[in-house]
Design a protein around this ligand. Structure first.
Ligand SMILES: C[S@@+](CC[C@H](N)C(=O)[O-])C[C@H]1O[C@@H](n2cnc3c(N)ncnc32)[C@H](O)[C@@H]1O
Length: 398
């Protein structure tokens, strides 16, 4: 896992990176001016990550990888080991069979490793997948995804399609790994008298951006949420309007099938705990994590943990059934992750040890096993048909 560092100790980007970041800074400055001098943080985050051609996910910089030497910033489960995709194939197969559907949708498909691994494993089990449809805001990643799929499963590459947005209705199994945490969040600060919204202003000094907290109108649901927090003055937290709307839309559009979302986060009670005084906003740059989103805009990832209670409510509001909510460790072990290691000979330490280390990282409580969760929604599917959700469900904690 990444270490926490002060931004000053981060490695400096190259000249091209600085030019890229300067162009994005200028774009964000224009947006601040156009908005009258103050932008809600959610809009800053959206511009930093998704401004066409310049944002972190819509530009061309390297993001996913195992080491800082690759120029990458963080590693996700599908990048860590192909065993992740092989294990996730089990519940995906159960969901395809239970729903009688033959299409997989993947949101935010990264480098395409999960897609390639799922297609290969399901094909090996003779589970029919007629189409694998990728929806990603990042056009720059499409080429990388296509290449990964052609390299790993050339015979199945013709089944993969890319679309910009989901159709109005879809049937099938939808999966998104670490997509919710990449959605813009609003920031809220407990002031002496009331909750304030934290936004971004320009400065006259060498740093282009600074924080400014303002009184802002709150929708009833947000006001109720903020008022429920036992927060002292200075407490900072996030709200997740974009992730909730995204989940609601997915579940509204789901005709028959399953939506599975994997990410790091907690139920509301834990998320808005009085001791979580700084919230969960986090930036990732060259495998270091820190809390300053104004560093190198466009070159670093900005994320927040997921509030799974809000996600569950959004899916239920859209008429979907909550099929399960559990830790990633329990989900992957239920899906046979440990068994995937039997494909390796323990005496062949060169291949066995890295595979065993990756499995350990995925399930260890100290690493990704406990912090990462899986939530699944279904429509017209028997909840007991997905065996990965039968043991260890924690829906009652939401
Ligand atoms: C942290 S990356 C995870 C990538 C990949 N799933 C993995 O695990 O390696 C987040 C991805 O979500 C995508 N994303 C964020 N919001 C999205 C949305 N509304 N629709 C589609 N993709 C989205 C981003 O473009 C990015 O590719």
């Amino acid at each position: 896992m990444a270490s926490h560092l002060e931004p000053d100790s981060l490695p400096a980007p190259g000249a091209d990176g600085l030019v890229h970041s300067a162009a994005l800074i200028a774009r964000i400055e224009q947006a601040i001016d156009a908005a009258g001098g103050w932008l809600p943080f959610s809009r800053f985050m959206e511009l930093a990550l998704y401004t066409p051609g310049l944002g972190y996910y819509s530009g061309a910089s390297v993001r996913f990888g195992r080491r800082p030497e690759d120029g990458s910033d963080f590693v996700t489960a599908p990048e860590l080991t192909p065993l992740f995709a092989r294990a996730v194939a089990r519940p995906v197969a159960d969901a395809l069979i239970a729903s009688g559907t033959r299409e997989i949708f993947e949101f935010g498909a990264g480098t395409g490793k999960l897609a390639a691994g799922l297609l290969e494993t399901l094909h090996g089990w003779s589970i029919p997948v007629e189409r694998y449809t990728i929806v990603d805001l990042s056009g720059a990643l499409r080429e990388e995804q296509r290449q990964t799929i052609v390299d790993h499963v050339p015979a199945l590459a013709g089944r993969v399609h890319w679309i910009d947005r989901l159709p109005d209705q879809f049937d099938g199994v939808l999966i998104g790994n670490e997509v919710l945490d990449a959605m813009p969040v609003r920031l809220h600060v407990r002031g002496a008298e009331a909750w304030l919204e934290r936004g971004v202003v320009r400065t006259a000094g060498p740093d282009p951006f600074a924080w400014e907290d303002r009184q802002a109108p709150h929708a009833d649901a947000l006001r109720t949420l903020l008022d429920s927090i036992d927060a002292d003055e200075g407490y900072v937290t996030e709200s997740h309007e974009a992730a909730h709307a995204f989940t609601r839309t997915l579940c509204e559009k789901l005709g028959r099938g399953v939506v599975m979302l994997l990410d790091y986060g907690f139920p509301e009670r834990e998320y808005y705990h009085p001791q979580r005084v700084e919230g969960t906003l986090m930036c990732h740059y060259r495998h270091r994590s820190h809390g300053d989103p104004f560093v190198y805009p466009g070159l670093q990832d900005i994320t927040a943990h997921v509030d799974f209670t809000g996600i569950a409510q959004a899916g239920l509001d859209a008429g979907a059934d909550l099929l399960g909510y559990m830790t990633q460790a329990r989900f992957l072990l239920n899906s046979g992750l440990a068994d995937t290691l039997t494909a390796f000979d323990p005496r062949d330490t060169i291949s066995f040890l890295p595979a065993a280390n990756a499995v350990q990282k995925l399930v260890s409580e100290a690493e990704m096993g406990e912090l990462f969760k899986v939530i699944a929604f279904g429509k017209r599917v028997d909840p007991d048909a997905i065996t990965a959700f039968v043991n260890g469900d924690r829906s009652h904690t939401l």
